[in-house]
Write a protein that binds this ligand. Structure first.
Ligand code: NAD
Length: 282
């Protein structure tokens, strides 16, 4: 069994990006990312802090727009419009989830597609689904980059994805399909989940339930990608896979933390620099 070490790979990617930023700086260009955080959810705050720190490490200019939970949808839209017009901002990211009174789709659709570094605008969703150039959501992008870094061939593989959210499972399915994998998407209403997971050459799990995937559900030699992040009462972070019992029967497995999480941040930085290059016609 080999660990898919997202932490080390993310650091390597950051080093390359740092050099790219320095080259851009020589042309008087600085990549810029604006992050909008609504409310005071501790998990969201922690993700936004991690993104801001990663920008700082790589030389990307970043601003965080913190807004109270009571903010109106119109005020939020005004901020997005302002950032759409701001020439120093290449990427705009709205940290999800948003409060109930705000229509998430309306907000995501307000972001200019060429600044949509999270890849959640229907324009980019459509382009990625059609295997065209566009912004790929950071977590699915990170998963594919991680597998490719370990020379794992995706073509013809049976890929089973458990969890079908718009931000993780569905776009991940589209990416695997673009790489000619055979995909099965499972969700809460899937009957006999084990029948599907047992078939997986590559099993990806993005649900948010500790130990959902047990040893019995995994084929010997499978590659397991655990995307789940669950914060236990004692503060420990674990994934959706029963790591201790599943790892020994896998060929590859991601740890949590240190697997997909750091790859998500690295992919966001990559997307921001891609947006900068588009802006600068490079
Ligand atoms: P979500 O709540 O939007 O979707 C959960 C999905 O899991 C749904 O499709 C639902 O049908 C499915 N599901 C729920 N219970 C199930 C069950 N018992 N069996 C099979 N399917 C079931 O979640 P999300 O936003 O996609 O996040 C999923 C997990 O991934 C969370 O733990 C989240 O913290 C984590 N996450 C991690 C990263 C990262 O960078 N590593 C990024 C985003 C999300």
């Amino acid at each position: 069994m080999q660990i898919l070490d997202g932490k080390s790979l993310a650091l390597k990617i950051e080093e390359t990006l740092k050099e790219e930023v320095q080259l851009l700086n020589k042309k008087q260009i600085t990549p810029g990312l604006a992050v909008i955080l609504v409310g005071d959810d501790p998990a969201s705050q922690s993700y936004v802090n991690m993104k801001a720190k990663a920008c700082k490490r790589t030389g990307i200019y970043s601003t965080t727009h913190e807004m109270p939970k009571s903010i109106t949808q119109d005020s939020l839209l005004q901020t997005i419009n302002m950032l759409n017009q701001n020439p120093n901002i290449d990427g705009i990211l709205v940290q999800l989830p948003l409060p109930q009174h705000i229509n998430t789709t309306t907000i995501l659709e307000a972001i200019a597609p060429h600044k949509d570094v999270d890849g959640f605008h229907p324009f980019n969703v459509g382009r990625i689904s059609a295997n065209l150039e566009g912004f790929t959501p950071a977590t699915p992008m990170g998963v594919i980059t991680l597998l490719q870094a370990y020379d794992i061939n995706l073509k013809g593989k049976n890929v089973v994805i458990v969890g079908t959210s718009n931000i993780v499972g569905k776009p991940l399915g589209a990416l695997f399909l673009n790489h000619k994998s055979t995909i099965t998407l499972c969700h809460i209403y899937t009957n006999n989940l084990i029948e599907h997971t047992k078939n997986a050459d590559i099993l990806c799990v993005a649900v948010g339930k500790p130990n959902l995937i047990t040893k019995e559900m995994v084929k010997e030699g499978a590659i397991v990608v655990d995307i789940g992040i669950n914060r236990l009462e004692n503060g420990k972070i674990i994934g959706d896979v029963d790591f201790n019992n599943v790892a020994p029967i896998c060929s590859f497995i991601t740890p949590v933390p240190g697997g997909v999480g750091p790859m998500t941040i690295a992919s966001l930085l990559q997307n921001t620099i891609k947006a900068t290059k588009i802006r600068a016609n490079l």
